[in-house]
Design a protein around this ligand. Structure first.
Ligand code: ATP
Length: 508
């Protein structure tokens, strides 16, 4: 199965099993907007809680906030979003399709990377066990040529983007002979800047309407509350403020399902530190955040850092944690050392002093900030694509199983009476009642036990508990493991601990 087919299967599965639906589906959807169904909302809530617990509950010096989506319009002047939250766009005159100009170039680079990968694959076959990848990619003439080509293109793109040289980006697209994937033509418009913020009006028109924006990131809601929280919470630097919530971006090209949406959710934490210590803290959070991902038990090869060479004007270090999605390694989370840019800028625009008096050094300063920012929907997609597994079983049948980390699975346990009679449903419900205050349980009595197991596999329930006649005699049940399909017989009183152990974070 190639990557495209695999991705199609995931999207279809997500819809069929109540994880993700297109928004306003009965009206044929709304581009790049999605709704989460009965299983999706559980998975999403679990990811959010897992994050909140790790960031807020497990850190004495991190507290939460829930700021409004609407904010004073000057916030976005101060943050730089009004002037600089732009993407360069370009239209193809024949297909009338719109693209992000920089993404067209990046896709072109990805094609050259594919060529390198193909050379590596070919050589691997040729040399067999003796193959040394490092040596091959650093000496093979063809690969070196491709690498040089990538470097030249990346450099030209970087310089043009840095200097806001829109004509230069267009020239690059023309020089590379990039064609529109739909029309196949090179008939491009000029490159223009496009601001990604959604604007709306607040107040009735008679009162004199005020243009405001839907927040494009949750971070600013944290910065404008810095002083309120530092004072009322008597917070001492270093400390952090965490927030989860919706953000809105009018993405030019929204594609790849929930990877790039126009309405999405972020989980962000801004960590305020003493100036001069920010790079140490940057390193700390970079490691800490990767550890969080690994604590879910997902193989480390699925993740990699991508350190930024090109830094935003406000940052002095930045890295992405990339995840291997079905369409390759892509950004899942960003960790940025944002200096004192945000607080200083808000001080300037609001006229309020956003400082910290450090009792240890007896001085006042504007704290520096380390930000960790992860897209909840992107994390959801990472989990969906990691979990989706097709398996051939010993008896020749097949199953689709969602191997979600147990802590995130929508339901932790399915309660299944073997048959719908002989007092088994009543006993099953009695056992379930003991578990529902602590765990999401699903009761199912319809169809054969095999079919019920398959349905639970398809939504990723880690444990199935079967109640049979013997349960009535000695209170024992069968517990079936989703991944190994092994079954054990235990006393129903042990279920609580078994489930707890199953969903506990892995130590890394
Ligand atoms: P990208 O380069 O993919 O556009 P970004 O660098 O603009 O992302 P940030 O502004 O750093 O992203 O946002 C932090 C996180 O929010 C990202 O790592 C990503 O997980 C998530 N995110 C950003 N834009 C979107 C979107 N349109 N849809 C879903 N998630 C998003």
């Amino acid at each position: 199965m190639n990557q495209e087919e695999f991705f199609k299967k995931i999207t279809a599965h997500a819809k069929e099993y109540g994880f993700v639906f297109p928004s306003s589906d009965i009206y044929d959807g709304l581009s790049a907007v999605y709704d989460y169904g009965q299983n999706g909302v559980e998975l999403k809530n679990n990811i959010r809680q897992y994050w909140w617990k790790a960031m807020v509950q497990m850190h004495e010096n991190i507290v939460g906030v829930d700021a409004a989506i609407f904010m004073h319009p000057t916030v976005w002047k101060a943050s730089g979003h009004v002037d600089a939250f732009n993407d360069p766009m370009i239209d193809n005159k024949d297909s009338k399709k719109r693209y992000r100009a920089d993404v067209l170039v990046e896709d072109h680079i990805a094609k050259i990377e594919d060529k390198i990968n193909k050379e590596v694959e070919k050589a691997k076959k040729r040399f067999g066990d003796a193959f040394d990848k490092e040596q091959f990619v650093s000496t093979n003439a063809r690969v070196l040529g491709y690498k040089q080509e990538i470097e030249d293109i990346s450099h030209r793109l970087y310089v043009a983007m840095e200097n806001n040289d829109l004509a230069g980006i267009k020239q690059l697209i023309e020089d590379l002979g990039i064609v529109c994937p739909i029309s196949g033509s090179r008939n491009w418009t000029d490159v223009r800047q496009f601001n990604l913020m959604f604007a709306t009006q607040m107040g009735s028109l008679a009162e004199g309407a005020n243009e405001i924006y839907l927040r494009p990131e949750t971070a600013q809601g944290i910065f404008v509350n810095y002083l309120n929280i530092q004072k009322t919470g008597r917070m001492k630097v270093p400390f952090g403020i965490a927030q989860t919530g919706k953000a809105f971006r009018n993405e030019i090209v929204a594609r790849q399902f929930i990877f790039r949406m126009r309405e999405f959710e972020q989980m962000e934490m801004q960590f305020f530190v003493r100036p001069g210590t920010e790079l140490e803290w940057f390193k700390h959070w970079k490691e800490e955040r990767l550890r969080w991902h690994l604590s879910l038990g997902i193989p480390a090869e699925k993740y990699r850092y991508h350190d930024h060479e090109k830094l935003a004007h406000y940052a002095n270090a930045a890295t992405d944690i990339e995840f291997e999605f079905p369409f390759g390694f892509k950004e899942l989370e960003g960790i940025h050392s944002r200096t004192d840019f945000d607080l200083s800028s808000h001080s300037k625009f609001s006229g309020k002093k956003l400082q910290y008096f450090d009792p240890e050094t007896n001085e006042s300063y504007v704290p520096y900030v380390i930000e960790t920012s992860i897209g909840l929907d992107r994390m959801f997609l990472a989990m969906l694509s990691h979990a989706y597994t097709e398996e051939k079983l010993e008896d020749g049948s097949e199953r689709v199983v969602m191997k979600f980390p147990a802590a995130l699975a929508p339901y932790k346990v399915a309660i299944l009476p073997l048959v719908k009679k002989d007092g088994l449903p009543e006993k099953a419900r009695e056992i379930m009642e003991q578990l529902t205050p602590d765990f999401m349980c699903q009761y199912e009595e319809k169809d054969s036990i095999g079919k019920r197991y398959r349905r639970q596999d398809a939504i990723g329930t880690p444990l199935c508990v079967t109640i049979d006649n013997q349960t009535l005699e000695d209170n024992t049940v069968t517990v079936r493991d989703r991944d190994t399909m092994e079954q054990i017989r235990v006393n129903a009183d042990e279920l609580y601990n078994i489930i707890r152990n199953k969903i506990a974070p892995k130590r890394v």
